[in-house]
Design a protein. Structure first.
Length: 245
């Protein structure tokens, strides 16, 4: 399957921004220059630039050449559930290393979030997520036993847990995300390659099925040099869209 030209152009410009070849504050090549470089018409080039603007990487231009605004892309709200999808959408190669998985009783706060009795067994896992083979995020996930038991026999280094669960008919319907900053503990420091006490971006996520029943609680901790939060709202909507990269 041939990759659409606008995706090829966007991926190459994203790579240049991420590597520093196009530094923050630098102007992008003109549309005409990009058309010549990629043997493309203006349509795919403009579509590629629109993608980078949506990710917050470049300015709108407004008659001038777009300027690089950031080296860390934001992702659309729809990709929140899957680290793998977020990585692929923004040109990174995702990876993962499972550290542990076990059946155990959750901490009281997690049991309360999942509406479980304190002595109820859950499936808990610790997994390091990678971007281009570099540590990016450490996830601590807790699933109600009925949902998570199949993960005990799965290859969790193969890809997205959400894709695995969806393929088995698990009803992943909605999620509430809470973001804050937290100091790295010894586990975070060892696996993410940061000093103990270093600030990390934390995302706490409660996922529910279509009936509103909680099925997963996750505490994900990102290195701040690979993650940002962007929120966008409009006058026509009461809801804000948030994105994490």
């Amino acid at each position: 399957m041939t990759t659409p030209l606008h995706r090829t152009v966007a991926a190459e410009l994203r790579r240049r921004i991420r590597s520093g070849e196009l530094a923050i504050g630098a102007s992008l090549p003109s549309e005409a220059e990009l058309c010549r470089e990629f043997s493309a018409s203006r349509g795919p080039v403009r579509q590629a630039l629109a993608t980078l603007r949506e990710e917050g990487l470049i300015s709108a231009g407004q008659g001038k050449r777009p300027v690089v605004l950031d080296a860390v892309p934001a992702q659309p709200f729809e990709s929140f559930l899957s680290f793998t999808l977020r990585a692929e959408l923004t040109g990174y190669t995702p990876g993962q290393r499972l550290q542990e998985i076990a059946l155990r009783r959750p901490e009281p706060s997690v049991a309360a979030a999942l509406h479980l009795e304190p002595d109820t067994l859950t499936v808990q896992l610790l997994r390091l997520r990678l971007l281009d083979e570099q540590p990016a995020m450490l996830e601590r996930m807790t699933y109600v036993e009925a949902v998570g038991r199949s993960l005990l026999d799965a290859d969790l280094n193969a890809g997205s847990i959400y894709a695995y669960l969806l393929a088995r008919g698990v009803d992943l319907h909605a999620a509430r995300h809470t973001f804050d900053a937290v100091a790295a503990d010894t586990t975070d420091a060892e696996l993410l390659g940061v000093p103990v006490g270093a600030p990390l971006l934390r995302e706490r996520r409660l996922t529910t099925d279509s009936s509103g029943t909680p099925i997963e609680w996750s505490d994900d901790r990102y290195r701040p040099d690979v993650a940002t939060v962007t929120m966008t709202n409009t006058r026509s909507s009461n809801a804000a869209r948030a994105a994490v990269a």
